[in-house]
Design a protein around this ligand. Sequence first.
Ligand code: SF4
Ligand code: SF4
Length: 317
Amino acid sequence: MKKNRLGKTGIEVSQLALGTLTMSPMQRGLSVDDGSAVILHALTKGINFIDTAQMYGSYPQVGAALQKWLGPEPVIASKSAIKTYDGMMQAIEDCCKALHRKTIDIFLLHAVRDAADLQSREGALNALLEARQRGLIKATGASSHSAKTIALLAEDERIDVLHPMINRDGIGILDASLDEMISFLGKARENGKGIYAMKPLGGGHLRQEAAAALKWLFDSNLADCAAVGMTSFDEVDMNVAITAGLEIDAAFAGKVAGQDRRLFINEMICRNCGACIEACQQGALKPGEKSPKIDHSLCVLCGYCAPKCPAFAIRII
Ligand code: SF4
Ligand code: SF4
């Protein structure tokens, strides 16, 4: 698989990264054995970049795969939404421990909402800078659904790598148009940021057109790499083939795309507390009589709502 350098970091990543949110307990909930098998399959197929996060709960799957893998060490990115210095240092330490590593390649501020949120995470960012200096991580980063936040981060010299929401149809991009996001990413690239795209398939909305959506991203040259959540050998095989520019058999593509997913709120156990509505940056949840109503056309399956639920009522099925 083609590899690209991630901005100025010197880190080489495959054009396709494996995202582990979809296999995590927040979504499909693959067992450690099944999840690590998918990761090992992806590594065998030439993917060398695995994306995880403190919030996902996918460290056990990633850690198990890394213990079994005998090839070159893959690149690992993780993230934490913690705001404090101590909390971020602990998050890095916990990640190293769980993944049996002394160094995590890239550690990001997770899901920065806006300028005020970035400001409130000064402590966490200082921890990332300190960790980079001490060799605990190789690069700092930040992920965001917000185009205006990406514009800010593009100019921030403390940040090495960006993980922005970007896809062909602009699904899930907050507070600006797709064209504006494209221009902010162009600026970020000029400034030497490494960029790996989040939700190039629109959180599942573009699954039926996966080949065209990934081709759009690769042709656009907006990112060094696209992170796609994969939970089966078939998904890995299809996305690897698309990335290699191969023709995909229509029946096979249909079978993979047919594994559709949706957010589900269990009305029977929902306490209608509204915490998930507050957590959703996409405006996909609205107050309802017994439980929040889901607007599936706005939901990008980012999973931010589920960990906020005190009743474990939210699932992606
Ligand atoms: S409803 Fe939940 S999964 Fe869907 S966009 Fe909102 S936070 Fe993300
Ligand atoms: S956070 Fe959970 S309990 Fe609260 S409204 Fe949302 S689904 Fe219901």
